[in-house]
Design a protein around this ligand. Sequence first.
Ligand code: PRP
Length: 185
Amino acid sequence: MQPYQEFLAEILIDEQTLQARIAELAAEISRDYKDENLLLICILRGGVNFLVDLMRLVSIPHQIDFMAISSYGVGARESSGSIRLTMDLVTNIRNKNVLLVEDIIDSGNTIASVLELLQTRQPKSLKVCVLLDKAERREVVVPIHYRGFEIPNRYVFGYGLDIDEFYRNLPFIGIVDLEKYVPPG
Ligand code: PRP
């Protein structure tokens, strides 16, 4: 895999800025759910970094769980309207306050489908916390209760977001220079 420094056009959100905003979101969540049960649900895999940093800063008792989704018949860098549940939750969410934790909302299709599915399981409440909102690309209206940053319509990677499955580990959000990027293999 090519070193990311070769195709990094610019750092869109640096580590310090990301962490500062995550601390603000965690404080807001801790306040809003005080004296309530809280279940944070991470949608794999992109949401992992965000969930882990966020949960460390949420100061009230809470549970976590994971689910995985895959899109049908689309190119690796585009999302589609139809999704498939590839890994379900372990937790029964009935009467729980569920907060979905996502790295990015693009078209909105993923989160819309997940909300529709989870709503049928009768949670006490169901809300959305997203780090990056690529609002320009929205195809379906979705509620966002906690938003980290609104970002432009650029190809971003790092901090959970992959480029051909690599570089999810980077501590910042970078923009890919597609003219300099060479896909692996
Ligand atoms: C990304 C991201 C969201 C979804 C957003 O996941 O993590 O789940 O796309 O796109 P949408 O709003 O257009 O539906 P991806 O399918 O790339 O999988 P990953 O989390 O494993 O990287």
